[in-house]
Design a protein around this ligand. Structure first.
Ligand SMILES: NC(=O)c1ccc[n+]([C@@H]2O[C@H](COP(=O)([O-])OP(=O)(O)OC[C@H]3O[C@@H](n4cnc5c(N)ncnc54)[C@H](OP(=O)(O)O)[C@@H]3O)[C@@H](O)[C@H]2O)c1
Length: 284
């Protein structure tokens, strides 16, 4: 594919960074160069050289979105701005690749398929669901619905490695169940959908492998990184957040059915393998 016709938005985030690596000839911008919440900036942007917008921009602070300021920002970036991108795609005949989240569901269905109804619990989840609805009005779109993203940036694996370095044996939530999604897996899936010209629409994308809790993932992180003397305690989500205010409700089941993506010929990577590679790279 001619990646010089790609435009990456939110280029400095975890996914944006991985997309820039994969598509070195793509043009890109982060909020400093193109603030997608500014309607005029999106309308007046020179899209003449772009065939495909890869939207990696989002307001991703799940608890922050529960504040007055955060609620406004989440809705602006995750919903209203996405409608501006949809309008630009319609006007300039571009395809939109967009990223959704398991937080658009309440976590009571096991596993999640692409046609499940929206039931978001949190403001972040509501704003992401609204963005998905806007993207769905465009014919030429791919929505990749993902969970627990790990790449270059602040993320769960790095937080746990940081605790381990300090010798902390943490207590970790053990009743939210899902899989990690490395940005490398998201980029492979985006590239696969585009290069095979798969039917437009929504696809669940996570790494494959056993669905487990955050506590079990932490045990695997510590095993891979050689912190054999540290232990990981289990705690329920309700107990973990008891007495804390401003915490967004989280779906307990984040298990994603990957069969639609795999039916297009995509071979998912097991999260255990990508985690081991990721930890080896952190140690270099
Ligand atoms: N992280 C997860 O666990 C997770 C789980 C499920 C789904 N997702 C989805 O996956 C996608 C990628 O997530 P990620 O982890 O890569 O996010 P991320 O690291 O937080 O990156 C988001 C990027 O968007 C930029 N951005 C924010 N507001 C913007 C605006 N108005 N205009 C342009 N850019 C703006 C941010 O810039 P600043 O940093 O300067 O604000 C940041 O560089 C998102 O759609 C997210 O909702 C993530």
């Amino acid at each position: 594919m001619d990646d010089s016709k790609f435009f990456i938005i939110g280029a400095n985030g975890q996914l944006g960074t991985a997309l820039r690596e994969k598509y070195p000839n793509a043009r890109f911008a982060d909020v400093g160069q193109l603030d997608i919440t500014n309607r005029e900036s999106v309308e007046n942007f020179d899209w003449s050289e772009t065939d495909i917008i890869l939207n990696a921009a989002a307001y991703t602070n799940v608890d922050g979105a529960e504040t007055d300021e955060g609620r406004k920002a989440a809705w602006k970036v995750n919903a209203t701005a996405v409608s501006y991108l949809v309008s630009a795609c319609l006007e300039h005949n571009m395809t939109l690749v967009h990223i959704s989240s398991d937080y658009v569901f309440d976590g009571t269905v096991d596993p999640h398929t692409e046609d499940e109804d929206f039931t978001p619990l949190s403001i972040y989840g509501q704003s992401k669901a609204a963005g998905d609805i806007a993207v769905g009005t465009l014919q030429s779109h791919y929505i990749l619905r993902t969970t627990w993203v790990i790449g270059e940036g602040k993320n769960f694996v790095r937080t746990m490695l940081g605790l381990a370095e300090k010798g902390v044996s943490p207590t970790v939530v053990s009743d939210q169940i899902g899989r990690l999604t490395f940005t490398s897996e998201l980029v492979r899936a985006i590239d696969h959908l585009l290069t095979t010209a798969a039917p437009f629409g929504t696809y669940n994308v996570t790494n494959s492998g056993e669905n487990v809790s955050w506590a079990e993932i932490t045990r695997q992180i510590f095993a891979d990184a050689g912190y054999d003397s540290l232990t990981v305690g289990d705690i329920s989500t309700a107990e973990y957040f008891a007495g804390k205010s401003g915490i967004a409700p989280r779906p307990l089941c984040s298990k994603m059915d990957l069969s639609k993506l795999q039916a297009t010929g995509f071979k998912s990577h097991d999260w255990h393998d990508d985690l081991a590679d990721y930890i080896a790279r952190q140690e270099q």
